[in-house]
Structure formats: structure tokens, C-alpha cells
Write a protein that binds this ligand. Structure first.
Ligand code: PLP
Length: 442
């Protein structure tokens, strides 16, 4: 491969690539040249503290030597094998995943990412139940492929209406800061479960194949369900014979301080989708974990679906090494511990800044919800839009070397799990300084 300078990289990328989530002429590209630990560097040598784990995926941190070597070894040994071939990485990863996933999950179908995993989850739920509807939450993101975008309960879906996959019905999942039911304290779980039960009655329980839920809502604002909610969903699913699909694409592999977010409430889904932290982004991979019941259904019936790269050995080897890193470096526990630091620091920021309406976190999945006014809770940017204040925050973060994702009026905090308390506080200090300026703007 020939060497290009940063200008050439950007110019040629712009010429030949087609970009997602942006108008082609507006796309801003950052020529990244190096990454290590919780940092990455651009071509000019500027260092960024990565508060978004690139795309919420680099759980094990950047430039991990063990992971890199495992991938290189697999390339040398067997760089590709077909979807019906038994390989060593396929055997070992299956065994590992079975151990770390909830007790209800025993078998795995490998895909290339989260959206493909959710596509297969929809098919499985529909096949085993013989029903067609899927219930999904508003304020959710499940991927950009045809079925997954139909599940998505945020405006990313709207561009593709009305030609979406049919049969998806959305409902309100828990958002305690902006609870539409105005529940009495302690009654939130009951109100949200009653709402779901009502939707099920309206839609007809015998038409519903599955309920898909991000266990903690990710990009749409780090929305943590109240205790009892997921158990309530599980009970409803069991009662009506509906498949409970947990989307753990963002929340899996230690992100929330446990292997999977469902572990916080000890909930047993029928289907669980994973991606991102499964390989810490070192190779593309998704997976659909499923119960015995689903596999039994297909014992003597063909599953009409397939992928050329189902079980790509390089991705599987990356996942195995990644899980070993998470285990050997105690990164699940680290996420739990750093999560306490994050939660305490977020509370302090809330006390200090008038522009903060709410802060939420579980492990190293955190969010700061910004408002113009604490009394009215008016968001600092309207729904599905930005504002001068939010743009200011983003550009100031980037100028100060903090790489952070901002979704409308919410700052997301999703760093690699190897982050130290000092590095975490270093990033939060930058946000603190910027919010001092925002307080004066509102
Ligand atoms: C919760 C959730 N599900 C699914 C997806 C889709 O994953 P992918 O981009 O790998 O297709 C994402 C991606 O951000 C996600 O956050």
C-alpha cells in the first residue's frame, strides 16, 4: 500500500466514499493515524481523550497488543472458512459466550454487526411464534438495515417511511426524567408496565412475536429502567408467549459494569443480540444468542437465512482475545468501579451547573441531559435538532482534545473500560469548564 499524507487521505476518501448520516458535501473527516489506551491522535499529532470508545465499541481500549496479535495469528492460521465449517475459533467462542451470557442463552448465530443480529432476531421470533408483530420502544436505536431501522424508535427511521418492514408497533419505555405518566414516586414501574400491557391488548397478544428492548437505552439518552421493569416485561412475554429480545449491542461486554446490562436485574431474555464490545471493534462481528426452545424449533426445520461471513474466523479470533482481555484485566469490575467515580462526578456537576437537568449512568455508560431551565425542563436543543449551545459544547470539546458524542441535548460519556479515575476526571473537568460557559449562555 502506498503512503499518503493527511490531505491526500481526506481528499481521496471524499472523492470515492459515500458517507452515512450526513449530506455528502457537509461531511467532516478526521484523519486518524494512531491510537493507544484511551487516546487517539490525528494527523497533526493532536491527542484526543476518547469519551465515546470511537463508536461506543472499543471497550478493551485502543491498540491492545494481545488482541492485535490474536488477529494476526488467525490470519496466518486460517483467514477464512465458510459458514458451515467447524473451526477452532467458532468452537471456542461459542463455549465462551455460553458461559458469560444469561442462563437462558445457549446457542449463537454470528453476524457482522448489530443490525444484522437484530434482523435475525426478528426472523427467529417470528418463526418460533408463528406471529408477525414486533413491539419496540420509542427512543431506541436498533440499526440501519431494513428491519432494524423499522424497529428503531427515533427519527432515524422517518426518512424511510412509509416503505418500512411492516408489523412494528412502538411503545413508551421508561424515561423517568420526562415521565409522560406523571407517576407517583415508586409507581413508575407499574405505570410503564401497564402501558405496555395496554398496547399488547390493543394489538392482540396472539399477533405479537417479540418485544425488543435496549436494556439501557444508549444513543437516545442513557435511559435506565427502574427496578422491576424488565422483570415485568419478562413476565408479560412469558404470559403471552412473546419472545423477549434484549438488544445488548451497546450495553454488552462490561459497558455497564456487568457482562451484560440484563445482569443488573437478573433478567433472562429468549434472544439476546450483541456486537460492538464483542470484539471491542477490532474486527466486525455481531451475534444472536438464543434459547434452547428456538434451536429445538429448528431441529428438523431449516432456518431460511444465511451470511457469507457467518463465523468469519478473524472476527471470532478477535472476540475470543477480547473476552480474554476483559477477563484477565478485570475490566468488567473496573467498569463497575469507575462507574462509581463517574456517577459521583456527574452528581457534582449537576449540583454546580444550572444547565444540567439530569445525569444518569450505569457503569461506564453515562449521560448529561442539558436544559435551558430546570423548572420547565426545556431541553437545550429541541427534539431531533441541535442548538448553538450544543454546537458550542461539541466544538469546545474537540478543541480541548475531548472526543465526545452529543445526541441533541445530551452529552454521552462512554469511554474505554480501561480508563483510570484520573483520565475520567480529566475528561469531566473539560466538560465542567465548558458548562461554566454554557451556564452563562442560558
Ligand atoms: C443498541 C444498538 N443496537 C444496534 C445497533 C446497530 O449496530 P451496528 O451499527 O453494528 O449495525 C447499535 C449501533 O449503534 C446500537 O447502539
Amino acid at each position: 500500500m502506498r503512503n499518503l499524507n493527511s490531505e491526500e487521505i481526506v481528499d481521496i476518501c471524499k472523492q470515492y466514499n459515500f458517507w452515512t448520516w450526513a449530506a455528502q458535501k457537509n461531511v467532516e473527516l478526521m484523519p486518524v493515524t494512531d491510537s493507544k489506551g484511551v487516546y487517539f491522535w490525528d494527523e497533526g499529532g493532536k491527542r484526543y481523550l476518547d469519551f465515546n470508545s470511537m463508536v461506543m465499541c472499543v471497550n478493551a481500549g485502543h491498540g491492545n497488543e494481545y488482541l492485535k496479535n490474536a488477529i494476526c495469528e488467525q490470519v496466518q492460521r486460517l483467514p477464512y472458512a465458510g459458514p458451515h465449517m467447524a473451526t477452532q475459533p467458532r468452537a471456542i467462542l461459542g463455549e465462551l459466550l455460553e458461559k458469560i451470557t444469561p442462563d437462558s442463552i445457549h446457542h449463537f448465530l454470528f453476524t457482522l454487526g448489530g443490525a444484522e443480529a437484530n434482523e435475525n432476531a426478528i426472523k427467529l421470533a417470528r418463526a418460533v411464534t408463528g406471529r408477525h408483530k414486533i413491539l419496540a420502544g420509542y427512543r431506541s436505536y436498533h440499526g440501519a438495515t431494513a428491519g432494524a431501522i423499522a424497529l428503531t424508535g427515533d427519527p432515524r427511521r422517518l426518512a424511510w417511511e412509509p416503505n418500512l418492514m411492516g408489523g412494528v408497533v412502538h411503545f413508551n419505555g421508561p424515561y423517568l426524567y420526562r415521565n409522560p405518566f406523571h407517576s407517583e414516586p415508586g409507581k413508575e414501574t407499574e405505570d410503564y408496565i401497564n402501558h405496555l400491557e395496554e398496547i399488547i391488548q390493543f394489538e392482540g397478544p396472539s399477533t405479537i412475536a417479540g418485544i425488543i428492548l435496549e436494556t439501557v437505552i444508549g444513543t437516545n439518552g442513557i435511559l435506565i429502567p427502574p427496578d422491576g421493569y424488565l422483570h415485568g416485561v419478562r413476565e408479560i412475554c412469558t404470559h403471552y408467549g412473546i419472545q423477549y429480545i434484549a438488544d445488548e449491542v451497546m450495553t454488552g461486554f462490561g459497558r455497564t459494569g456487568k457482562w451484560f446490562a440484563v445482569n443488573h436485574w437478573d433478567v433472562q431474555p429468549d434472544i439476546m443480540t450483541m456486537a460492538k464490545g464483542l470484539t471491542s471493534g477490532y474486527a466486525p462481528l455481531g451475534a444472536v444468542g438464543m434459547s434452547d426452545e428456538i434451536v429445538d424449533f429448528f431441529r428438523s426445520k431449516s432456518y431460511q437465512s444465511g451470511l457469507t461471513y457467518n463465523g468469519h474466523p478473524i472476527s471470532l479470533a478477535a472476540a475470543i482475545a477480547n473476552i480474554e482481555v476483559l477477563e484477565n484485566e478485570n475490566l468488567i469490575e473496573a467498569s463497575f468501579e469507575r462507574g462509581k467515580t463517574l456517577s459521583t462526578a456527574l452528581k457534582k456537576l449537576y449540583e454546580k451547573h444550572a444547565c444540567i437537568g439530569d445525569t444518569r449512568s450505569l457503569g461506564l455508560l453515562g449521560g448529561i441531559e442539558l436544559v435551558k431551565n430546570r423548572e420547565t425542563k426545556e431541553p437545550l436543543a429541541p427534539y431531533n435538532a441541535s442548538s448553538k449551545e450544543m454546537q458550542f459544547i461539541h466544538s469546545r470539546c474537540m478543541a480541548k482534545g475531548l472526543y465526545v458524542s452529543i445526541h441533541w441535548h445530551i452529552i454521552l460519556i462512554i469511554p474505554p473500560l480501561i480508563i483510570t479515575d484520573e483520565e475520567l476526571l480529566e475528561g469531566l473537568h473539560i466538560i465542567d469548564e465548558i458548562l461554566n460557559e454554557v451556564d452563562r449562555m442560558i
